[in-house]
Design a protein around this ligand. Structure first.
Ligand code: PMP
Length: 441
């Protein structure tokens, strides 16, 4: 008697998931409509055997590329020994030492969590405990996660209809030069937006500022790169108010911008707290805050168990984080991101020349943002059009956050050059296919 096993089809799998799924998940899941089978470095295969170049990488999670052999080996070894946390482990001690060695000496204290949002919440709690004050300044267009506290820091419509939020949160303009809030030009502006932020704090705050939290490059807002010296100005602003400077490096960290951490691009900057996540453990949920030594001593944050969480820093997360950092350093992937970023910059200039609907297009390392606009009105391209562009890219075998007018690309830092080329060429093909449609708008 023969037993034939019928494997569920792509359609069956999607239908089964949708039947049980609570709405509100990542929009790209349904837009792509694929079932992922496996992934290696910058390539992803779906269940029907179609292969894609991955410029999405789970929103910048796979900096070392999918399924890196050293990562797999260390993770499976740890999995077979112990996965559950709480006690001291060799692997976490080695991770702390290696991470601390990459950071300025004063950033010596690390605590691990599981998600970026959780680490942001902890950073805010730390700032409140350390300063004894409660207000937090964040930025227009800034994004720090979707838990209630993190969402209260968001500077945009994502938080609409989700309140009320914890009190004491102020949003001030960011140095988004292409869309300057003051309609000035850099560098003649002298970064007037920082003065405006200061005025806004003077007028809106009750004089109890605990922290300024900022993304060194705004990821969710479209990979918006502020001008040189901006973070230094924010450091001074925080100091004037006796507030901590928290850098949210959840997206920018671990080599994405061509340095291990984005704040390294500005040698004059000394953050009090750095928030890490996403690429930290290459897909195993892990995040962290790293803080200036001694900040929380004797405060409510430091009470035993006060900052602990079930999965934070467990042996599996620690092994994944250690393996990831080792690969990043051994393979010099931040430097590689910087080098590849140069060729990306050239390509983006060519796009701005050739395609009238490409507006702001800029990159720092392999953190790449491309804004699409209606050439006649300079308004963002409508969703109907950008979603067609997304489908054009899928058809050409590229996965990318290209479904709205602010395209964000996060290829692995380990992407082979010819795969980067292939992906960028697919964009050009998709842009050319869409050009007649856009010109008829
Ligand atoms: N901070 C930044 C800068 C982020 O980009 C994100 C996620 N996009 C978060 C925090 C939240 O991270 P998570 O989704 O892991 O909670």
């Amino acid at each position: 008697m023969s037993h034939s096993v019928t494997l569920p089809s792509t359609k069956d799998i999607i239908e089964l998931e949708r039947r049980h799924r609570l709405p509100g998940g990542q929009s790209m899941t349904d837009l792509a409509g694929i079932v992922v089978d496996r992934a290696v470095n910058a390539e992803v295969w779906d269940r029907d055997g179609k292969r894609y170049i991955d410029f999405f990488t789970g929103v910048g999670v796979s900096n070392i590329g999918h399924s890196h052999p050293a990562f797999l080996e260390q993770l499976t070894t740890q999995l077979s020994r112990c996965a559950v946390g709480t006690f001291y482990t060799d692997v976490r001690s080695r991770y702390f030492a290696l991470l601390a060695a990459q950071l300025p000496e004063q950033l010596g204290e690390i605590h691990m969590f599981s998600t970026g949002s959780e680490a942001v919440e902890a950073a805010v709690k730390l700032a409140r405990a350390a300063t004894g004050k409660h207000e937090i300044v964040s930025f227009w267009g800034g994004f720090h996660g979707k838990t209630q506290g993190a969402l209260s820091l968001h500077g945009g419509p994502r938080k609409h209809r989700s309140g009320p939020f914890p009190p004491g949160s102020h949003q001030v303009p960011y140095a988004d030069c292409y869309h300057c809030p003051l309609q000035l030009e850099h560098p003649e502006c002298g970064q007037r937006c920082v003065d405006l932020a200061e005025q806004s704090i003077e007028n809106g705050s009750v004089g109890d500022l605990a922290a300024v939290i900022v993304e060194p490059v705004q990821g969710t807002n479209g990979n918006i790169i502020p001008p040189e010296g901006y973070l230094r100005r924010l450091r001074q602003l925080a100091d004037r108010h006796g507030a901590l400077l928290i850098l949210d490096e959840v997206i920018t960290g671990f080599g994405r911008t061509g340095a291990l951490f984005a704040f390294e691009h500005d040698p004059g900057i000394a953050p009090d707290v750095v928030v890490l996540g996403k690429a930290m453990a290459s897909g195993v949920p892990a995040s962290a805050i790293v803080s200036r030594s001694g900040l929380v001593e004797g405060t409510s944050f430091a009470v035993p168990s006060a900052a602990a969480s079930t999965f934070g820093g467990n042996p599996l997360a620690s092994a994944a984080s250690l393996a990831t950092l080792r690969v990043l350093l051994d393979e010099r992937l931040p430097e590689r991101a910087h080098e590849l970023g140069k060729s990306v910059s050239d390509r983006l200039s060519a796009w701005r020349e050739e395609f009238p609907f490409v507006g702001n297009a800029d990159n720092i390392g392999l953190m790449i943002g491309v804004e699409l606009m209606d050439p006649a009105t300079r308004l963002p391209l409508p969703k109907g059009i950008t979603r067609r562009l997304f489908q054009e890219l899928m058809a050409r075998g590229v996965l990318a956050m290209a479904y709205d007018s602010r395209i964000r690309l996060y290829p692995p830092l380990s992407i082979p050059t010819h795969h980067l080329e292939e992906g960028m060429a697919a964009f050009e093909g998709a842009f050319r296919a869409m050009a007649p449609v856009i010109s008829r708008l």
